[in-house]
Design a protein around this ligand. Structure first.
Ligand SMILES: C[S@@+](CC[C@H](N)C(=O)[O-])C[C@H]1O[C@@H](n2cnc3c(N)ncnc32)[C@H](O)[C@@H]1O
Length: 193
């Protein structure tokens, strides 16, 4: 399949969501921009740290060409909004793969062309879940060893994860504003080289 240009992704995002466009392709060839998530700041599942309302719809509209989606750190992700397989370390959440995303030893990562990641952002956040804080570089390394060329990772965080420049291109950076008294976050989009 021909590679979809970033500008085409942005056009599809505007058409599909109807949201005002806050994205552009910068002089460095990356997708840059900001998403203001609007008034509906409730997390539908009620799960601590769940994706804000509308987030998955936006990501889906940016990647209409993707066929196999993997949600890592999946929690109670809304699969109705963006269907796919799931990976979480907490078996009570009944993920497709109950695994540590720092290893992904049981996950056929190479089968997926879009991977969404939503790690705990801090040690305090991690206390709401089963395990201790993750090492982001280990997750990127595990993904980098197994993901196929052209796969995109959409990583929502307060930190830019350390990644290997010979495995990943950073092709997009989108700031995310939720509402008053919520932390700012950044979506980093990586493409496997
Ligand atoms: C911020 S929440 C994700 C919430 C999700 N985006 C949603 O909409 O429900 C982080 C999730 O990562 C999981 N997690 C934390 N450390 C993990 C690890 N090492 N491997 C796999 N999952 C992990 C936690 O159990 C938790 O469900």
């Amino acid at each position: 399949m021909a590679k979809m240009e970033l500008q085409t992704r942005i056009q599809n995002y505007c058409t599909e969501t109807g949201y005002p466009n806050g994205l552009y392709v910068g002089g460095d060839g990356r997708m840059l921009g900001i998403w203001v998530m609007g008034n509906s700041y409730q997390v539908q599942s009620g799960y601590y740290g769940g994706y804000p309302h509308g987030y998955l719809k936006r990501v889906k509209a940016l990647f209409p060409d993707k066929e196999n989606v993997l949600h890592i750190f999946s929690g109670k992700v809304d699969l109705g909004a963006l269907p796919g397989d799931t990976v979480d370390i907490d078996e009570s959440l009944e993920p497709t793969y109950c695994d540590d995303v720092q290893d992904l030893s049981t996950v056929p990562v190479g089968n997926y062309d879009l991977i969404l990641a939503d790690p705990p952002y801090s040690v305090e956040d991690a206390e709401h879940y089963k395990p201790t804080m993750v090492k982001r570089n280990k997750v990127m390394r595990a993904l980098g060893q197994k993901a196929k060329k052209g796969t995109h990772v959409v990583w929502l965080d307060q930190v830019l994860p350390m990644y290997r420049k010979d495995q990943w291109d950073m092709v997009g950076i989108i700031g995310m504003v939720k509402s008053t008294n919520h932390r700012f976050r950044v979506i980093t989009i990586f493409e496997k080289t």
